[in-house]
Design a protein around this ligand. Sequence first.
Ligand SMILES: Cc1ncc(COP(=O)(O)O)c(C=O)c1O
Length: 545
Amino acid sequence: MLKHRGAKAPIGGGAGVCRCPHHSESVEVGANNHLSLSKVGAPTECSHLFCFYVKQKSWEPPPTISYFIAIINKHQSQVMEVPKMQPRKITLDEKEMPTAYYNILADLPRPLDPPLHPGTGKPIGPEDLSAIFPPELIKQEVSRERYIEIPDEVQNAYRLYRPTPLIRAFNLERALDTSAEIYYKYEGVSPAGSHKPNTAIAQAYYNKQAGIKRLTTETGAGQWGSALSLACNLFGLECKVYMVRVSYEQKPYRRSMIQAWGATVVPSPSPDTSVGRRILEKNPDSPGSLGIAISEAVEDAVSREDTNYSLGSVLNHVLLHQTVIGQEAMKQLEKVDAYPGIVIGCVGGGSNFGGIALPFVRDKILSGGGSVNGKNLRIIAVEPASCPSLTKGEFRYDFGDTAQMTPLLPMHTLGHTFMPPSIHAGGLRYHGMAPIVSRLYLDGLIEAQAYKQLEVFEAAVLFARTEGIIPAPESAHAIKAVIEEAKRSKEEGEKKVILFNLSGHGHFDMAAYDAYFAGKLEDYEMPREAVKKALEEIKTYPIPA
Ligand SMILES: Cc1ncc(COP(=O)(O)O)c(C=O)c1O
């Protein structure tokens, strides 16, 4: 039995009446399931997307993304149709930009456990951090003030690319034939191509203000390194980037971008630090990891008076700076009278997810933890199955880096010795998770999902062919989750509003797309046994209360 999506009654026996949403009158469906359109004077064969289902004799949307890709290849012009009177892009005026960061520490139901000094095992104080961070950032790390003003100089620099657009993904919705409304906040419009400058600019500013002349950092995929290079250039600071060796080799143009804004970039492990030399002695071909690169950048900063260290994710002050994303998105949704039922972001260290999600988490906390305005609000963090810190890691104290130079942080971790496989979403290859995100997950305020590399790239291609933007592989994890939720929304017959953060474009990730199209990418799922083994190494570390 066939049932047309728009039909009130099932169409049986291969013939019947189709109330196709593209035709003002009912039209008869012939025995061969082609439309007999003589009654409405339309062409003899309807070419609309929904009628495609009639011709296929299939009324349930098939589950695979490649099926949707096949449909849009065949019916591109309908997928691209713009509904009249509805804006595709929802923009804000520069005057409507947030003037303060939102600090979730003011609203958490349970406060975070403090970072611990690795030597004493006692909570660290501001003086322990002053060797690598300026006073204002240390203050922000522990502040309980709900809103922290954004300095004029930082707002001025943000205006290079903020406010970023919120875009209704009409084309993707149509391709999925979903009842859900999908909106994405596009952070790829920043000069560096991702959300990372939101904190890079703030961190460069506060360091400059404190009299610092030079910043060091690590970078995985190259997004953070390029963002910090851009920000240091804006505020006249020197910058040195330790870039994970696999990415340094896979992404020569990210490297050039870092250089274009004036920073120095070296592959990590490097011979420039004692940590790097030690690792190279043991394994000259080490592919590197974010944990190693962090150790190198911290060692460099500690060894020079004029130099501080800058981290692109994980820490409270980084997530704080990123809340401009969620605050803007909230205002933009208000303009179309919408509020999300689902908020989605990918997670590496947790900063872009925190950025879009935290202002909505606040609504959830204030309304008692479940629904907001009487409607259920789900907030989903999406990670790679190959580096599943939330879905398979454990919540405990662990180092943020491989060489154990950072304080011990309370977080979901795979163990700081964990060497993630060389997947092509380099920005998500981190063993730990932001303490804020970890705490929200523990308290049931957010959910987590993990996806494999191939299904993520499939989702990225569908997005590129519908919405036009080629997403960063990291961001494509969020897209995959959005597609799954949109399909579920249709199955459940609900009209969900889904908001997600498109954290960056993938213009410098074309080697990864190349490998995908050539069939050279492989899936890798971290087995529980491997996680157990990595966690063995930190089993004596304290467990947060
Ligand atoms: C485009 C993009 N999205 C997401 C991430 C993950 O980082 P975070 O979890 O801090 O947002 C990265 C990291 O480099 C990235 O480049």
